[in-house]
Write a protein that binds this ligand. Structure first.
Ligand code: HEC
Ligand code: HEC
Length: 294
C-alpha cells in the first residue's frame, strides 16, 4: 500500500513560518524603513526639524542650503564626502565642533530620497513632529533632582508604565548598590548627550535599539523628562566634583610627599657630601704641601 503524505501540515507550517518572519521583520526597525520611524530611530537624536541644533544642524529647510543630489550622496556616505575634501561638508563639520555623522544602518539611495522627502514635508509644517520637545529652560531645583532620582530608582513608577531605569543602568553615586548592566553607566550621559536639549530629545524618543521597543509603547511622559534630566545633570556634576577633589588630593599628597623627600634627601646628602668632600680636601692639601716642599 502506498502511503501518501498529506501536504496539509507542511503547507500549514510554511505559511506559519512566513507569517512569523513577516511579523518579525515588520517590527524590526531597519527592515520596516517607514521613513518617519526610521528618522525617529536613526536621525532624530542628532537632528531636529525646526527645534534647533543638536549634535547635527537643524534640518528645517535643508534643501534651501544644499542641492538634493549632494544631500543624497551625503546621507549615503558622509565619511566618504568628508574625506573627499568637500568644502561644504568641512564647514558643517567645523560648525559641529568636529562631530562626524555616520551612515545610517541599512541605508540605500531610495531611503535617503524618502528621508529628504520627509524632511521637506516636515519643514513645511507649523510644528514638525521632530521639532524636539520643548522642555522648560527654568532653573533646575533640588526637588527636580529628588523626583528624578525616585523615577530613576523606580520608587516613583513611570506614568506610562515604562520600566525603571535602574533595571538596566548604573550611576557612580550608587556605588556598590549597583543597578542593571544591560545599559550604559549614565553618570556622564548629561555631558555626553550635550545637556538639556540633547538629552530631552533623546529621552522623548530613545534611539537605542534596546530602549526604543519598550519606550515607544510606554513613552517617558513629558513632565518626567525634566526631573530625569535634573537627576542625570546632578550625577555628571557630582562626578566632576569628585574627580576634581581627587586631583586636588593627589596634588596635595604629591606636594607633601615631595617636601618630605627633600628633607630626607637633604639630611642624607649632607652626610654623604661631607664624607666624600673631607678626604678630597685633605688629599688636595697633601698634594699642595708636597709640591711646595719640592
Ligand atoms: C550622531 C549624530 C548624527 C546622526 C545620528 C545623524 N546625523 Fe546627520 N549630521 C550630523 C552632523 C554632526 C552633521 C554635520 C556634518 C558633520 O560634522 O558630519 C550632519 C549633517 C547632516 C546633513 C546636512 C545638513 C546641512 O545643513 O546641510 C543632513 C541632510 C543630515 N545630516 C541628514 C541625516 C539623516 C537623514 C540622518 C539619519 C539617517 C542623520 N543625518 C543622522 C550628525 C548626525
Ligand atoms: C530594558 C533596559 C533599559 C531600560 C529600562 C532603560 N534603558 Fe537606557 N539604555 C539601555 C541600553 C542597552 C542603552 C545603550 C544604548 C543601546 O545600545 O541600545 C541605553 C542608553 C541610554 C542612554 C544613552 C546613554 C549615552 O550616553 O549614549 C540614556 C540617556 C538612557 N539610556 C537613559 C535611560 C533612562 C532615563 C531610563 C529610565 C527612564 C532608561 N534609560 C531605561 C537600556 C535600558
Amino acid at each position: 500500500m502506498r502511503y501518501r503524505r498529506s501536504k496539509g501540515p507542511i503547507l500549514f507550517c510554511a505559511v506559519h513560518a512566513v507569517a512569523w518572519i513577516a511579523a518579525l521583520t515588520a517590527t524590526h526597525p531597519i527592515a520596516a524603513q517607514v521613513p518617519a520611524a526610521y528618522y525617529k530611530q536613526n536621525c532624530y537624536s542628532c537632528h531636529t526639524i525646526g527645534g534647533g541644533r543638536l549634535t547635527g544642524p537643524d534640518l528645517k529647510g535643508v534643501e534651501d542650503r544644499q542641492g538634493r543630489e549632494w544631500l543624497v550622496s551625503w546621507i549615503m556616505d558622509p565619511e566618504g564626502v568628508l574625506k573627499s575634501g568637500d568644502p561644504y561638508a568641512a564647514r558643517l563639520q567645523r560648525e559641529a565642533r568636529g562631530a562626524v555623522m555616520t551612515r545610517g544602518p541599512g541605508m540605500t539611495r531610495d531611503l535617503a530620497v524618502a528621508l529628504l522627502d520627509l524632511v521637506a514635508v516636515e519643514s513645511g509644517l507649523a510644528k514638525s513632529q521632530f521639532a524636539g520637545i520643548q522642555v522648560s529652560d527654568r532653573a533646575l531645583l533640588p526637588e527636580d533632582i529628588e523626583e528624578g532620582r525616585a523615577l530613576f530608582m523606580g520608587v516613583k513608577p513611570l506614568k506610562n508604565g515604562g520600566p525603571a531605569c535602574i533595571g538596566c543602568h548604573q550611576v557612580n553615586s550608587l556605588g556598590s548598590l549597583g543597578g542593571g548592566r544591560l545599559g550604559l553607566n549614565l553618570t556622564r550621559a548629561y555631558a555626553r548627550l550635550e545637556g538639556r536639549k540633547g538629552l530631552s530629545v533623546w529621552l522623548a524618543a530613545p534611539p537605542s535599539l534596546t530602549m526604543s521597543p519598550v519606550f515607544t509603547t510606554h513613552p517617558i511622559a513629558e513632565e518626567e523628562i525634566l526631573p530625569l534630566i535634573a537627576y542625570l545633570k546632578n550625577e555628571t556634576e557630582q562626578d566632576h566634583l569628585d574627580s576634581t577633589a581627587s586631583v586636588i588630593n593627589f596634588l596635595i599628597s604629591g606636594l607633601v610627599g615631595a617636601a618630605a623627600m627633600l628633607v630626607i634627601f637633604d639630611r642624607f646628602w649632607h652626610r654623604c657630601f661631607r664624607a666624600v668632600r673631607l678626604p678630597l680636601i685633605e688629599d688636595t692639601y697633601r698634594h699642595e704641601n708636597r709640591r711646595t716642599d719640592a
